[in-house]
Design a protein around this ligand. Structure first.
Ligand SMILES: Cc1ncc(COP(=O)(O)O)c(C=O)c1O
Length: 402
C-alpha cells in the first residue's frame, strides 16, 4: 500500500513490542515476570483517584480548553515554582497526553527538513523517531558505560553544525538511569544559547532521582536561555499515572501557543477527568512520591546486587529512573546466542522473563530491566535469568564463565 514516506522512517516502539509479546504469553496462561514495562507497579495515589471520581460525579466530562484548564496549567506552574524556584505563567504551559505528546508537539513545531537535532545514546527510541517523523535528521552522540553514561558537553558541542536546530537532553535517562550534572548542563546551555539553538529537556523521570542532593537543571536552563528552552514532563512516572495520559510542555509563550494550534487540530484537550486528577496530584500532598522513590531505591540496590553477583553482568548503578542497563556482550557466543536481541527473545520464550533488548536503544550488547515491579517478582526474575544463563552455558549457546 502506498503510505506516506514518513512512515518508512519510523517503526514500532521496541518497548511496546516487548509489552505486547509478554501480554500475549500472559493471556495464554504463562506466568511472565515482566521486567520490560516502563511503568510504576504502584497504584495511583488515593486522593488523585478521589478527585477523578468527583469530576465524574460533577459531570466534568466535556471539552475543555485545548491547552488544558487554567487551574491545571497553573498547578504545573506552581509545582515548578516550588520545586525549582522558577517563575512560570500558565500561558507558558500546555497540557498534553503524556510527555510523549509534549515531545511530539515540540518536534512538530520546531523541526523541519534540513534541521539537525542532537541527542545522546543509549536513547529512548521515541525521541529519535519523532525527529525523523518531523523530517529532521537526528545526530547521535554516544555515551559510554565505562564512565556511567555521562553526557560530555564537549562531545555535544562538537556535534553542532550550522544546521543544528536543537539539542534534546533526557535526564534521568531511559534506559541508562544516568543524570546530567549541573556543570555539564551549564556548559551545553551556554554553547546553545550563544548559537540560538533550542534545548529540549525530557525530564519525565524528574521525581525519580536517588542520590543527588540538589540538581536544578530547569533553574539553569531558565536562567541562561529561557527563550529557547522547552521542558517536557508528565505525571506518568512520578504519580503512577501512566494510563491517565497527563503530561506537559513548558516553554516560551509564543512556542506554547504554536503547540496549542497543532494540538487543537490533532487531539484538542486531554481527558477532562484526568485534568482534575492532575490538579490533585500536583497540588496535593507529595508523600506518595517520596514513598515510591524510597521503594525504588531499595529495589535498585537489591536487583543490582543480585544481578552483578555474576560478574559477566556488568552494570552501572543508576542515579535515577527505574531501569538497570546491564552489558552482556561477554556472555554472547558467535555460535549460539549472538546478540542481546536474541538473548531477550530466548529469555522470554524459555523462562518467561520479559526484558527489552539494547538494540532498541541503539545499544546492542545491553538489555534494559525495569525494577518497577515488586521485590518478590524481581527476585524471581533474576533467579530465572541465572537459571537460563546456566542452562545455555552448559549447552554451549552462551560463553561459559571463566
Ligand atoms: C524518556 C521518556 N520520555 C518520555 C516518556 C513518555 O512518557 P508518557 O507516558 O508520559 O508519555 C517516556 C516513557 O516511557 C520516557 O521513558
Amino acid at each position: 500500500m502506498n503510505f506516506a514516506s514518513r512512515m518508512s522512517r519510523t517503526s514500532v516502539s521496541p518497548t511496546l513490542k516487548v509489552a505486547a509479546e509478554a501480554d500475549r504469553l500472559r493471556r495464554q496462561g504463562v506466568d511472565v515476570v515482566d521486567l520490560g514495562a516502563g511503568e510504576p507497579d504502584f497504584g495511583t495515589p488515593e486522593h488523585v483517584k478521589a478527585a477523578a471520581k468527583a469530576a465524574l460525579d460533577a459531570n466534568f466530562t466535556k471539552y475543555t480548553a485545548s491547552a488544558g484548564v487554567l487551574e491545571l496549567r497553573d498547578a504545573v506552574a506552581q509545582r515548578y515554582r516550588l520545586d525549582y524556584g522558577v517563575d512560570l505563567k500558565p500561558e507558558e504551559v500546555i497540557i498534553t497526553a503524556g510527555a510523549k505528546q509534549a515531545l511530539y508537539n515540540t518536534a512538530m513545531v520546531l523541526f523541519e527538513a534540513g534541521d539537525e537535532v542532537i541527542t545522546h545514546a543509549p536513547y529512548w527510541p521515541t525521541i529519535v523517531d519523532q525527529i525523523k517523523i518531523a523530517d529532521a535528521t537526528p545526530v547521535i552522540v554516544h555515551t559510554h558505560m565505562e564512565d556511567g553514561f555521562k553526557i560530555h558537553p564537549r562531545a555535544i558541542i562538537d556535534a553542532i553544525t550550522p544546521k543544528t536546530k536543537a539539542i534534546i537532553i533526557n535526564s534521568p535517562c531511559n534506559p541508562t538511569g544516568a543524570l546530567i550534572s549541573e556543570a555539564d548542563m551549564i556548559a551545553i546551555a551556554d554553547a546553545a544559547a550563544a548559537r540560538g539553538i533550542w534545548i529540549i529537556a525530557d525530564v519525565t523521570y524528574e521525581k525519580l532521582v536517588y542520590d543527588v542532593a540538589s540538581s536544578n537543571l530547569i533553574g539553569i536552563l531558565f536562567e541562561r536561555m529561557r527563550n529557547r528552552t522547552v521542558i517536557c514532563s508528565a505525571a506518568s512516572k512520578a504519580y503512577a499515572m501512566t494510563g491517565w495520559r497527563l503530561g506537559w510542555a513548558i516553554g516560551p509563550k509564543e512556542m506554547i501557543a504554536q503547540c496549542n494550534v497543532l494540538q487543537g487540530h490533532a487531539t484538542s484537550n486531554i481527558n477532562s477527568i484526568t485534568q482534575k486528577a492532575g490538579i490533585a496530584a500536583l497540588t496535593g500532598p507529595q508523600d506518595d512520591v517520596a514513598t515510591m522513590l524510597n521503594e525504588y531505591r531499595k529495589r535498585r540496590d537489591a536487583v543490582h546486587a543480585w544481578l552483578t553477583a555474576d560478574s559477566r553482568f556488568v552494570c552501572v548503578k543508576p542515579g535515577g529512573a527505574f531501569y538497570l542497563f546491564p552489558y552482556i556482550a561477554d556472555l554472547l557466543s558467535p555460535t549460539g546466542i549472538k546478540s542481546s536481541g536474541e538473548f531477550a527473545e530466548a529469555l522470554l520464550k524459555e523462562v518467561a522473563v520479559a526484558v527489552t533488548p539494547g538494540e532498541g536503544f541503539d545499544s546492542p550488547g545491553f538489555f534494559r530491566l525495569s525494577y518497577a515491579t515488586s521485590t518478590e517478582r524481581l527476585k524471581e526474575g533474576v533467579t530465572r535469568i541465572n537459571a537460563f544463563v546456566q542452562k545455555l552455558e552448559s549447552s554451549g549457546k552462551l560463553t561459559a564463565a571463566r
